[in-house]
Ligand binder design. Structure first.
Ligand code: MG
Length: 512
């Protein structure tokens, strides 16, 4: 045993790493520009005290890391632990640089428990061979929510004596009233009945209306953003679905009637956000897709989230669904250099990061300073946390944490989560109308590097054509007459190949 340890230490040294027993652990954290330097976060010092290990914290900003990552990896020059800087793809591109953490779980009781309680978190971290080169994180159950919401001005509805619309026809009627009846009461027809962002499929996309037709989107990330969806285990592409055709025709109708601004698809993002907050005294916008009521600034009190309306009144409510994304887990959070594998302190540090107390502190800030520990898994966010945020400074790693906030934890006064839950709860019924496995592509399903390149090349051509066409139809009409030609064009660009690749990956990786 002695002999073997010594050999492993020698190997550690010969690999160029500093990761031998007893040596300091270097931890590189890729940080957002508005975050306090990790070295100056009090919890970082407590973590060293708790583990009895010397830790050399290093901060790097996103841009700098973007430039230095590949050269560093090519040179084999990696810190012992990298937080939020190495994903599965990097580990695949530079093999033998990072430890397969799945072989270390006996030294990582917190991580092992995380994966037992949250199998999706483990799936998300694993590659097709079950290896784990970068750990998943969890912000906790409060973030098991889409982050994609449809919100409407309830003050205007009340003013006009109207109810929240439940079908596309009802929505159109409401938007007409917003346009013509001066619901903000300033005597000027300055209302924007509904505002949408440019056509693509990502955060707050106008194509969220696909859910009105029964197509489950998952627009926070993954292949749903390029067209893939799943119905009863069968992979399909919504870019060539009848649902999309109907959504586009509906948007054209709204735009042609002046219920959506004519420049909505070409306006820059700052102008769009300015319409939401207005001048802080008089609301101008009726309906949007967004993150939470905080999107409306000082006008937030006037708005509520609403379930997406059904495409038509003949549909059973159970056929209408809502975006399946969640914000609880994120992959690519923590990787360990093979050169550091034999330093026991490395594994002590990794496991401590995934403990309840250090996860909460990585997420929000040091105990006593920004968060109060009330005992029994309950914590209260202190005013200093929000005050710092209001000054543009984040006191912790926020969603970049490499940790796990278990379901047993309750965090009081966490504004972002409270705001998210406030709007997300409206969708619990629509989100229960699909099967999370049979009717969506789970986040953990991945393609091989070669498939990924092929799909990405096909998608570039497909999207260049499709986004342009969809925008054109919303603005000028023509979707019905030109639809068949469009579908044919996408066939020619290989859309069926993309579907086939995802179907194979789904069938191989999903346990049904
Ligand atoms: Mg007005």
């Amino acid at each position: 045993m002695q002999q073997r340890l010594w050999v492993e230490r020698r190997n550690g040294r010969s690999n160029g790493g500093g990761g031998t027993e007893g040596s300091p652990v270097s931890v590189l954290v890729v940080q957002n520009a508005n975050q306090i330097d990790v070295k100056d976060m009090a919890w970082a010092q407590s973590l060293a005290d708790e583990t009895g290990c010397q830790i050399d914290w290093q901060r790097v900003d996103d841009n700098a890391w973007g430039q230095q990552k590949n050269p560093s990896l090519a040179a084999g020059d990696v810190p012992d632990i990298v937080i939020r800087g190495i994903g599965q793809g990097d580990a695949a591109q530079f093999p033998n640089l990072f430890v397969d953490i799945s072989t270390k779980l006996d030294q990582l009781p917190n991580v092992a428990r995380f994966f037992e309680e949250k199998p999706d978190a483990r799936h998300l971290a694993e590659n097709a061979d079950g290896e784990i080169f970068s750990l998943t994180s969890s912000r906790g159950k409060a973030y098991d929510a889409t982050g994609q919401h449809m919100m409407i001005n309830k003050t205007w509805l009340d003013e006009l004596g109207l109810a929240i619309p439940t079908t596309w026809d009802e929505l159109e009627t409401v938007l007409e009233a917003f346009k013509t009846q001066d619901p903000n009461g300033n005597g000027v027809a300055d209302e924007i009945p509904m505002n949408i962002r440019p056509v693509d499929a990502g955060w707050y996309s106008p194509l969220l209306f696909l859910n009105s037709t029964g197509i489950v989107t998952s627009f926070n990330k993954g292949p749903s953003t390029s067209g893939i969806y799943v119905q009863d285990g069968v992979v399909k592409d919504w870019l060539i679905s009848d649902g999309l055709k109907d959504v586009i025709a509906y948007y054209h109708e709204l735009m042609s009637k002046g219920l959506i601004p004519a420049d909505a698809l070409t306006k820059d993002a700052s102008a769009y956000y300015a319409d939401q907050t207005g001048d802080g005294e008089t609301a101008r916008t009726g309906v949007i897709f967004g993150w939470s009521l905080a999107d409306f600034g000082d006008m937030a009190d006037q708005y509520v989230a609403m379930p997406v309306p059904a495409q038509d009144a003949s549909m059973d409510p159970s056929e209408v669904v809502w975006d399946a994304s969640d914000n609880e887990f994120e992959g690519g959070k923590l990787a360990v250099s093979v050169a550091a594998e034999d330093n026991p302190c490395v594994w002590k540090v990794v496991d401590a990061l995934y403990s309840e107390k250090f996860s909460v502190q990585q997420f929000l800030g040091a105990l006593g300073e920004y968060v109060e520990d009330n005992g029994n898994g309950t914590y209260t966010v202190l005013p200093a946390y929000q005050e710092a945020l209001d000054d543009g400074q984040a006191t912790a790693l926020s969603d970049r944490l490499a940790g796990w906030i278990p379901d047993s934890v309750t965090i009081i006064n966490e504004k972002n989560a409270d705001e998210l839950q406030e709007v997300d709860s409206v969708y619990s019924e629509q989100r229960s109308n699909f099967d999370p496995v049979l009717d969506r592509m789970p986040d953990y399903v991945t393609l091989t590097a070669a498939e990924s390149t092929e799909v990405s090349n096909l998608n570039t051509a497909i999207q260049n054509y499709a986004w342009q066409k969809l925008s054109e139809w919303i603005m000028n009409g023509g979707v019905e007459s030109e639809w068949d030609g469009y579908v044919k064009q996408l066939d020619g660009l290989g859309i069926e190949k993309v579907v086939e690749i995802w179907q194979t990956a789904y069938d191989q990786q999903v346990e049904k």
